[in-house]
Design a binder for this molecule. Structure first.
Ligand code: SF4
Length: 279
């Protein structure tokens, strides 16, 4: 059976995930529906269950755009990954689970909008179409255990670590097995070389440099704060631009938690700087 060594630098995107067996045919995606910066323990145990059962990558997905883009980059960089187990409970604000399933089913239109997603901003602007198309070909099935928003019953399949373990186990069997209606088995690596794409550096390059330091005016403070925002203008905070969000922060009309990309591990330094400016 064909298995390949992932390229140097894999996985290309940092995030809230753990790396397991590089030769495993399955990754686990747990929807993170909490927009505080902490991760609920019942979701953490799903990530660990995926890892213990032998997933290649097991981690959290919070947003329907940048978070999804990063996950796609990490998956196409390892052709051994052929299944994705989707679990946790849907996030009613961002609908990343629905977006992922729609992406697999329908792909994107010419504006890179995920066709059929009803999420607020299901755009994948930061990755080439090549990555999106490869994801849809390389991943043969998304095994969905996703619970409805707000589900608290940890016996529900998508919140039960034992069910997640069984899903992962099923995907790496040599012969086909049926798991909750999905027929799965380890079919070997996707027969084309890994695609290596990194978006973090692209986002960084777009950061503007302002000379204005925090002063007495709210605008000055907003501009100073804007330096530490991701500059993707993804609108997940409900504002049209990062600058508008920064000005609202300065005016006391917004909270850092409203910007999900700031909750990503690689944004920790920017988050700290903003917290300091806010006093
Ligand atoms: S401030 Fe708003 S627009 Fe900018 S990255 Fe954060 S959520 Fe997106």
């Amino acid at each position: 059976m064909l298995k390949v060594k992932p390229p140097e630098g894999y996985p290309p995107e940092p995030g809230r995930y753990v790396r397991g067996n590089d030769f495993s045919p399955v990754a686990v995606c747990v929807i993170l529906d909490d927009f505080d910066f902490k991760i609920p323990p019942e979701l953490q145990s799903l990530v660990l269950a995926g890892m213990d059962a032998g997933a290649a990558l097991s981690g959290m997905l919070q947003t329907e755009n940048v978070g999804t883009e990063k996950m796609l980059c990490n998956i196409v960089a390892n052709p051994n990954i052929r299944y994705l187990v989707l679990c946790g409970r849907e996030s009613s604000g961002h609908l990343p689970g629905e977006t992922l399933l729609a992406l697999k089913r329908n792909g994107v239109d010419d504006k890179k909008q995920v066709i059929g997603s009803t999420a607020p901003t299901p755009y994948l602007h930061n990755i080439p179409v090549e990555v999106i198309e490869r994801f849809n070909k390389q991943i043969v099935t998304i095994v969905s255990l996703l619970c409805r928003p707000g589900e608290t019953d940890t016996k529900s399949p998508g919140l039960d670590p034992k069910v997640v373990e069984k899903a992962v186990w099923s995907c790496f069997q040599e012969n086909p097995v049926v798991f909750r209606g999905y027929t799965v088995h380890d079919m070997g690596a996707y027969p084309e070389p890994a695609l290596f794409h990194k978006i973090a550096s692209v986002l960084q390059e777009h950061k503007p440099q302002h000379a204005i330091e925090p002063g007495k005016s709210k605008m000055g403070m907003g501009l100073a704060m804007n330096k530490f925002l991701p500059q993707t203008n993804c609108r997940e905070c409900g504002r049209k631009t990062c600058l508008a969000f920064a000005i609202d922060l300065a005016k006391g009309k917004a909270r850092l938690e409203e910007c999900p990309p700031l909750g990503e591990p690689e944004a920790a330094a920017d988050r700290q700087a903003l917290a300091k400016l806010l006093g």
